[in-house]
Design a protein around this ligand. Structure first.
Ligand code: HEM
Length: 154
């Protein structure tokens, strides 16, 4: 049972990685494009992937807790506590930042479409330094998770 839960855990991690991969791809494209229609498409792509990632993260986390208990780990082991904190950050940080900025940029879409160009405020919201900083943090967190899960350093 424990082995099967680890398999399921990895399955949802794979979905999470796909979601983050699409988010990163959309973000790179948002940086590069100068076309408002394309900008809208990549925003939608990011939004859709952003809806999938928390579902995959929650499923992976819950199944991970089940796997830990089946495999005989203590649920208060340091590496698991680090995973709970990391998972909480994964669920809390994006809605307060990336999602909020995406919604604000989305509201400007009719005005941008009428003007036929990406508004500077939209570009700043979607590709500015703050956006990049959160993206780097989320990707770094993912790498930390792999390190934490494989080496269990705490
Ligand atoms: C609350 C969140 C999480 C819990 C409770 C959890 C729990 C677990 C458990 C119990 C295992 C089996 C460990 C073993 O037997 O060696 C495992 C393996 C693994 N987990 Fe997690 N996990 C969580 C989140 C994550 C996240 C977010 C990722 C990646 C982004 C991840 C990636 C992995 C990987 C790659 C393995 C396989 C490690 C190996 O076989 O050496 N986990 N996890």
């Amino acid at each position: 049972m424990g082995e099967f839960l680890v398999f399921l855990h990895i399955f949802f991690i794979a979905l999470l990685l796909m979601g983050v991969g699409v988010l990163d791809y959309a973000s790179i494209k948002l940086h590069k494009t100068t076309d408002i229609k394309e900008f809208g498409v990549y925003m939608l792509m990011g939004k859709t992937a952003g809806m999938m990632t928390p579902v995959a993260a929650i499923a992976a986390g819950l199944i991970g807790i089940g796997a830990a208990s089946q495999l005989g780990y203590s649920l208060t082991d340091g590496w698991l506590i680090a995973a709970y904190i990391g998972l909480a950050a994964t669920l809390i940080v994006p809605p307060l930042t990336l999602k909020k900025w995406g919604q604000a940029a989305g509201k400007m879409m009719p005005q941008a479409m009428a003007a036929g160009k990406i508004l500077p405020e939209q570009r700043e919201l979607m590709t500015g330094k703050k956006h990049l900083a959160v993206e780097v943090f989320m990707n770094a967190l993912l790498i930390f998770f792999f390190f934490d899960m494989v080496f269990k350093p705490f």
